[in-house]
Design a protein around this ligand. Structure first.
Ligand code: ADP
Ligand code: MG
Length: 628
């Protein structure tokens, strides 16, 4: 007979709230029961932190066992898991108070939420909350807590099946830890997996890898300890003490990526809202960069305990940033709703976003080459912010870099662009399309090249959207060169050839003929000032989307009918002159005009509208050319 049995066992009934919470735990169908480990480990770590704090004034409390420590012991045969710490421990009164009542407002709030949600949803809520000690009853049908308060001669055992009452009795010295708490979970049949080393190791590393107390694992009672985590929360150390290698290791564990971070941002916010943030920008794109839910992946910690990676700590356009925010200003059992509504979260969001952006700006200033790489990798995502983050729009536009007709590397900023604008130039010109090669070959560029006017070459789908929502940069509006009038007349060509043969043909007559021939296929036919080499090009009308945006909208099924384009012709082009000069009634003229339209389509990266008609016309024109 063990000594414990001789001591008086008192039976206590749980406070009504606890009984309700327990009922919920036991009957929950919540699938992620792993969280019980996180809760027990975080309690153990808290107990170590409390001891650390009390020992400041009572150093004798530490005795010979000064190093805080948590150990897990698995017992597959007995189907048990033991969580033990050498922290502050609990007295008898503290056990009754802490494990028999709900003293915490957070748990009470949780209960109310659950009551309000009722039934099935209640189970869902468990996953979103820190549910505390009672979560042990999700996996165990009996829980024993043996604890000795630091500095106390007596130890107590608390024991319950979670069904309404608990027993409390004095524990024998042999059965109790020298200091701290040992919690034994008698696991339910379907919780056998918590006696598997591999499984527990994985859960602990993932959920509690950065708890500030080292954690050891014993595969079975008496087995040698394996260290799971060393108890240093990297981000709590000061920047100057952390090596690049340590940051990289940590980045890899937190990001699940195996590259080097391109940028590391580590800071502590002080004042009204206190938190520590450690954020990394990867050097290669994460696999889920273009997932449709486009969620941020920053983790939220409360006092070094992982809470959630779903708190949207950063705006979507910074979703490639990995890392965490740790704050002591939220309760551990904070709910998703509480997180979302907390003014602290808003402050964190703002603070971390600002720091990440200013760090990128600094990189741009001090290490343009590293920045260029970063921009190449994530620029297309950051640009989403130009239309999603109204407050930072100008900042993001200024940060953006572009390929232009002046430099095909994406290195030109809009400040560079504006500085180099031509006399008389009023707008920032852009050409959007799907590939650089196609853009460079665009006839629409010719008149701009001839005048030395720089044109942004935009190849990201997102570009077509932000350019239409961003009203201007430094007072200069954005203008698509495939839309409306080019308005180039005011700007002098670089080498204005006085002796250039002026068009002699009847251009007006030709245009009238082309209009009647093409009919409904175009909105208009007109002479162009943006062409120098090519005979024709297509542009969009002043209203509505430009050529590229129209293609994107159509591709996404958001524009039913293609808008009719305007066919612009180059009055100085020999081909136009030749067609214009051909005698009226020559059927070759109609074929030629149709072919011109298809040619303009091809130059735009499209196909002829009617491939068969196109090929027949082409054959007729060839034949005639070869015969004559
Ligand atoms: P919380 O940790 O948010 O306070 P819990 O339900 O997890 O809520 O734990 C309730 C209380 O039980 C704790 O506040 C603490 O006082 C006590 N407790 C639980 N585990 C331990 C432990 N290992 N050592 C000391 N006290 C503990
Ligand atoms: Mg707790």
């Amino acid at each position: 007979m063990s000594e414990t049995a001789e001591k008086t066992v008192e039976n206590h009934v749980f406070e009504a709230d606890v009984a309700r919470l327990l009922h919920l735990m036991v009957h929950s169908v919540y699938s992620d029961k792993d969280v019980f480990l996180r809760e027990l480990i975080s309690n153990a770590a808290d107990a170590c932190e409390k001891l650390r704090y009390e020992a400041i004034t009572h150093p004798e409390m530490l005795g010979h066992d000064a190093q805080p420590h948590i150990s897990l012991t698995l017992d597959e045969e007995a189907r048990r898991i033991v969580v033990e710490d050498n922290g502050i421990g609990m007295s008898r009164g503290e056990m009754i108070e802490s494990l028999g009542t709900i003293a915490r407002s957070g748990t009470r709030a949780f209960m109310e939420m659950v009551e309000a949600a009722k039934g099935k949803d209640g189970a869902q809520l468990i996953g979103q909350f820190g549910v505390g000690f009672y979560s042990a009853f999700m996996v165990a049908d009996k829980v024993d807590v043996v604890s000795r308060r630091a500095g106390s001669a007596e130890a107590w055992i608390w024991s319950s099946d979670g069904k309404g009452s608990y027993n409390i009795a004095e524990a024998s010295a042999a059965d109790a830890p020298k200091r701290g708490t040992r919690i034994t979970l008698h696991l339910l049949e379907d919780a056998q997996k918590y006696t598997s080393r591999w499984n527990v190791e994985h859960i602990v590393k993932q959920q509690s890898g950065h708890v500030p107390v080292p954690i050891d694992l014993h595969e079975k009672p008496g087995a040698e300890a394996v260290r799971l985590t060393d108890g240093t929360a990297l981000w709590t150390r000061s920047k100057s003490e952390i090596s690049k290698e340590e940051y990289t290791d940590f980045y890899r564990s937190v990001a699940g990526q195996y590259d080097e971070p391109a940028l590391t941002v580590h800071f502590r916010a002080e004042g009204r809202h206190e938190y520590t943030a450690l954020a990394f920008i990867p050097s290669t794109p994460p696999f889920d960069l273009f997932d449709t839910d486009r969620k941020g992946r920053m983790k939220l910690y409360v006092k070094r305990v992982f809470i959630t990676d779903d708190a949207e700590l950063l705006p979507r356009y910074l979703r490639f940033v990995r890392g965490l925010v740790d704050t002591a200003d939220l309760p551990l059992n904070v709910s998703r709703e509480m997180i979302q509504e907390s003014p602290l979260l808003a402050a964190i969001r703002k603070g971390v976003t600002n720091r990440v952006l200013t760090s990128i700006e600094k990189l741009a200033e001090n290490e343009p080459e590293s920045f260029a790489k970063l921009w190449e990798t994530f620029g297309s995502v950051i640009k989403e912010g130009i239309y999603e983050d109204f407050e930072r729009r100008q900042q993001l536009i200024a940060l953006s870099r572009f390929r232009t007709t002046a430099n095909e590397e994406p290195v030109r900023s809009l400040a560079d662009y504006v500085k180099d604008m031509k006399d008389g130039q009023k707008a920032i010109y852009y050409l959007a399309g799907s590939s650089l090669a196609q853009l460079k070959a665009s006839p629409q560029l010719e008149g701009f090249r001839a005048r030395g006017i720089e044109v942004l070459l935009l190849t990201d789908p997102v570009d077509s959207f932000w350019v239409t929502t961003a009203p201007d940069f430094e007072g200069k509006p954005f203008r698509s060169i495939t839309q409306g009038n080019a308005d180039l007349a005011d700007i002098q060509p670089l080498d204005a050839k006085e002796d250039k043969p002026k068009a002699t043909a009847d251009v007006d007559g030709f245009i009238a003929f082309a209009k009647s021939t093409l009919g409904d296929a175009v909105a208009d036919v007109r002479a162009s000032d943006r062409l120098t080499e090519s005979p024709v090009c297509l542009v969009a009308t002043e209203q509505g989307p430009d050529r590229q945006l129209e293609k994107i909208l159509q591709g996404a099924g958001r524009m039913e009918q293609a808008a009719k384009p305007i066919l612009e012709v180059n009055p100085d082009h020999a081909l136009i002159a030749a067609i214009a000069a051909a005698p009226a009634g020559d059927e070759f003229r109609a074929d030629a005009v149709q072919l011109l339209l298809d040619q303009a389509r091809v130059l735009d990266g499209d196909k002829p509208a009617d491939p068969r008609a196109f090929s027949e016309r082409l054959a007729r024109v060839f034949e005639r050319a070869l015969k004559s």
